[in-house]
Design a protein. Structure first.
Length: 206
């Protein structure tokens, strides 16, 4: 299949997974990657416009393919797209925001935590995107892309002013992330944040 033929198969929503086109895209990885990046560049430039194209699946498949290819140039583009306000990220990517965004971001992570931190700390970003960005730090730790001490230091900075103490999904995600890491050295911060609620941490691997 040519790249235009692949895109023609990937674009419309049909209710069926376009297996043949996805396999062809993977086989033509080197040639199709710049085109996939151009798709995300277009979405990043006008996310609201793309969100209105309800049946256009090309951004979704571009997202998955670039994550599979571990294409770091897509990292800032994805961050830019999911930074769009309100429900736009969900209009574009559906449940992928809550079920896969953290793994996708970790797959294309280029070593710069700044964009991820921007997602977490911005009150203009959708709360579920902020939660996914927080969970990305867990994935980066588990895949040894970021040292644990840096993750702990960043979580600590969130407790100490970088994340306003207000009821939100992002704040709940932080508390859960501390337990999931686990980071028992932050238990006091969690207790203070949760009103002295008892927090249990799983035993750390030896």
């Amino acid at each position: 299949m040519t790249i235009p033929e692949i895109f023609k198969e990937l674009e419309p929503y049909t209710g069926k997974f376009p297996m043949e086109a996805m396999r062809a895209a993977i086989e033509r990885r080197e040639a199709i990657t710049p085109e996939l990046l151009r798709v995300l560049e277009s979405v990043a430039a006008a996310p609201a416009d793309w969100a209105e194209r309800k049946d256009n699946m090309l951004p979704m498949f571009a997202l998955f393919l670039l994550a599979q290819f571990r294409e770091m140039p897509s990292y800032p583009l994805i961050v830019n797209i999911v930074s769009a306000p309100g429900e736009i990220p969900f209009d574009l990517f559906g449940d992928t925001i809550t079920e896969g965004l953290s793994q996708i971001l970790a797959s294309v992570y280029d070593g710069n935590p700044g964009p991820l931190q921007g997602l977490v700390e911005s009150e203009q970003v959708n709360d579920f995107v902020r939660g996914a960005a927080l969970n990305t730090f867990l994935v980066l730790d588990h895949t040894e892309q970021m040292p644990r001490d840096k993750v702990v230091a960043y979580f600590s900075s969130l407790f100490h002013g970088k994340l306003p103490r207000a009821p939100s999904y992002a704040w709940s995600s932080l508390v859960c992330a501390v337990a999931d890491l686990p980071a028992p050295e932050l238990v006091e911060e969690v207790r203070q944040a949760e009103g002295a609620r008892v927090v249990h941490f799983p035993p750390q691997a030896k």
